[in-house]
Design a protein around this ligand. Structure first.
Ligand SMILES: NC(=O)C1=CN([C@@H]2O[C@H](COP(=O)(O)OP(=O)(O)OC[C@H]3O[C@@H](n4cnc5c(N)ncnc54)[C@H](OP(=O)(O)O)[C@@H]3O)[C@@H](O)[C@H]2O)C=CC1
Ligand SMILES: O=C1OC[C@@H](O)[C@H](O)[C@H]1O
Length: 400
C-alpha cells in the first residue's frame, strides 16, 4: 500500500465545535483503522483577533508552525490549505462558504448547511463551476453505526422501510440558559431555534433511512406537514417543531413511506439523560431498527425481528479520548473513558474525497443537502418562521 496522503486543513472560526472538531482531526487515523490519509492543521482564523486564533491553535495541540489569522479573508488566501472547515453559526455559513469557494478552497461546512435551500443551491452551483469539493458536515452520517444501519436496510433485513420516528431533543430552560437571547440557539440573527440546530439530525435519520437508501433514480422529495411552536421569549426562533413526511414509493415497495421528525430545546428525547428508550425507530414489515439517544452521537442499536429476535450492538467511538473533548451547544459533557468524539469520520470522508478527486460527500451529496434544506424551508413557511433578510439572502457579499 502507498504511503498515506496528508490533507492540510484550515479552520475558520474558533468557537466550541471548532475546538472539538480540530482535536478529533488531530487524532492519529490508524487508531480507527484508517491508513490511506492523514490530517494536519496548517492554519486557523478568528474574526475576533489573531491572538484568539493563536490560543485556539495552542489549545487544540496544532503543529507549532500552523498560522494564526485575525480574519477569515486572510485564511482563504493561504496557499498551503487543501480544505477549510467552517464552524461559524448557521447564519454565517453561506457568506463564509462562498468566501472560501471564491478563493478556490474546498469546503467542509458545519450543519445546518445554510439558512435556506436557495443559499445551498447557490453554493452547490459555485462549487461545481469552480470544480471544488463541498460537503455539509453532518458528522453522524459518517459513523460506522450509520453505515451499519443503512446496510441493514439495503440488505432487506427489515423489508422496505415503511415508517420512521426520529427525535432529537434536548431539555433546557431557555429563558434561564440563554437569558439575554443572544445565544446562537435562540438568536434569530444567528438563525437560532430547534429546527436548524437539532431538527437537522431528526431529518438526517429520516433521510438516511428513507431517501439515501433508495437507488438515486428512485429518490423523490417528501410531502411535508409541519407544526412549529415559537420560543415564547422572542417569537422568532422555534423551540419545538414536528414534521410529518410522506415519501413517494412504488406499490412494489409497499407504497408511500411515512416519517415523523421532531425536535425541541425544552423537552428531552428521554428524561434525565436516560438512554434506555430509542430516539429513532425504523420500521419495516420484517422488523424494527432502533437507535438510542443522542441522535447526533448514538452508540447503541437494537434490531427487533418480527419473530421476536433481538440483536443489540454497541458502537463506542475509537480513542484516544483524552483531549478529544465532548462539546454541545448546551454546555458540554464528557465522552466515555478513552473515546474520541467521532468527528474524525466526516473529516476522513472529506480527505478521502480530495484524494480520489470526488467533489461531494459519499453519504450525503449536495442534492440531498438541498432537498433537506427545502424541507426545512417548507416547515418554516408553514410555521411562519422567517429570519432577518441579511441572513436569508443569496446576495454575496453581504455584511452580517
Ligand atoms: N456537529 C456538531 O456536533 C455540532 C455542530 N455545531 C454547529 O457548529 C456551528 C457553530 O456552533 P458553536 O461552535 O457551538 O458556536 P460558538 O458560538 O461556540 O462558535 C461560533 C464561532 O463562530 C465565529 N463567529 C463569527 N461571527 C459570529 C457571530 N456573529 N456570532 C457568533 N459567533 C460568530 C466565532 O469565532 P471567531 O471569533 O473565532 O471568528 C465563534 O466563536 C453551528 O452551525 C452549529 O450548528 C455546534 C455544536 C455541535
Ligand atoms: O450539532 C449539534 O449537536 C449537539 C447539540 O448539542 C448542538 O447544539 C448541535 O449544534
Amino acid at each position: 500500500m502507498s504511503s498515506p496522503k496528508t490533507i492540510r486543513w484550515g479552520i475558520l472560526a474558533t468557537g466550541g465545535i471548532a475546538v472539538t472538531f480540530t482535536k478529533d482531526l488531530l487524532v492519529d487515523p490508524t487508531t480507527r483503522g484508517v491508513k490511506h490519509i492523514k490530517h494536519t492543521v496548517v492554519a486557523a482564523a478568528s474574526s475576533s483577533s489573531k491572538s484568539r486564533a493563536e490560543s485556539f491553535l495552542k489549545d487544540v495541540g496544532a503543529p507549532s508552525e500552523a498560522k494564526a489569522y485575525g480574519s477569515y479573508e486572510e485564511l482563504v488566501k493561504d496557499p498551503n490549505i487543501d480544505i477549510i472547515y467552517i464552524a461559524t453559526p448557521h447564519s454565517h455559513h453561506y457568506q463564509n462558504a462562498m468566501l472560501c469557494l471564491e478563493a478556490g478552497k474546498n469546503v467542509l461546512c458545519e450543519k445546518a448547511f445554510t439558512v435556506n435551500a436557495a443559499q445551498a443551491r447557490a453554493l452547490a452551483d459555485r462549487a461545481k463551476e469552480k470544480g471544488l469539493f463541498l460537503m455539509e458536515a453532518v458528522w453522524t452520517r459518517y459513523f460506522p453505526l450509520s453505515v451499519y444501519v443503512r446496510e441493514q436496510i439495503t440488505s432487506g433485513r427489515i423489508g422496505p422501510v415503511a415508517r420512521v420516528f426520529a427525535d432529537n431533543s434536548m431539555a433546557t430552560n431557555p429563558e434561564e440558559a440563554w437569558k439575554d437571547g443572544k445565544h446562537r440557539m435562540v438568536n434569530p440573527e444567528l438563525a437560532g431555534g430547534a429546527l436548524l440546530d437539532l431538527g437537522i439530525y431528526s431529518l438526517t435519520w429520516v433521510f438516511q433511512t428513507l431517501y439515501h437508501t433508495q437507488p438515486e433514480s428512485a429518490r423523490k422529495p417528501p410531502k411535508v406537514l409541519a407544526a412549529l411552536k415559537n420560543y415564547g421569549a422572542t417569537q422568532d426562533a422555534d423551540e419545538t417543531t414536528t414534521v410529518v413526511l410522506s415519501f413517494p414509493r412504488s406499490e412494489e415497495l409497499g407504497g408511500d413511506a411515512h416519517a415523523i421528525a421532531t425536535t425541541s430545546i425544552r423537552i428531552a428525547t428521554t428524561p434525565g439523560g436516560n438512554t434506555d428508550a430509542p430516539g429513532i425507530r425504523i420500521q419495516g414489515p420484517k422488523g424494527e431498527i432502533q437507535v438510542f439517544p443522542p441522535a447526533f452521537r448514538p452508540t447503541k442499536t437494537k434490531i427487533i425481528g418480527k419473530d421476536g429476535s433481538v440483536e443489540e450492538k454497541e458502537w463506542p467511538q475509537p480513542g484516544p479520548g483524552e483531549g478529544s473533548g465532548w462539546y454541545n451547544g448546551f454546555g458540554g459533557g464528557k465522552n466515555a473513558e478513552g473515546e474520541g468524539h467521532g468527528m474524525f469520520w466526516e473529516a476522513d470522508e472529506a480527505a478521502s474525497a480530495l484524494v480520489e478527486g470526488r467533489k461531494e460527500g459519499k453519504y450525503e451529496g449536495l442534492e440531498e443537502s438541498i432537498v433537506i434544506m427545502e424541507v426545512m424551508d417548507e416547515v418554516r413557511r408553514q410555521g411562519g418562521l422567517t429570519y432577518p433578510e441579511k441572513i436569508e439572502t443569496t446576495k454575496y457579499p453581504t455584511q452580517l
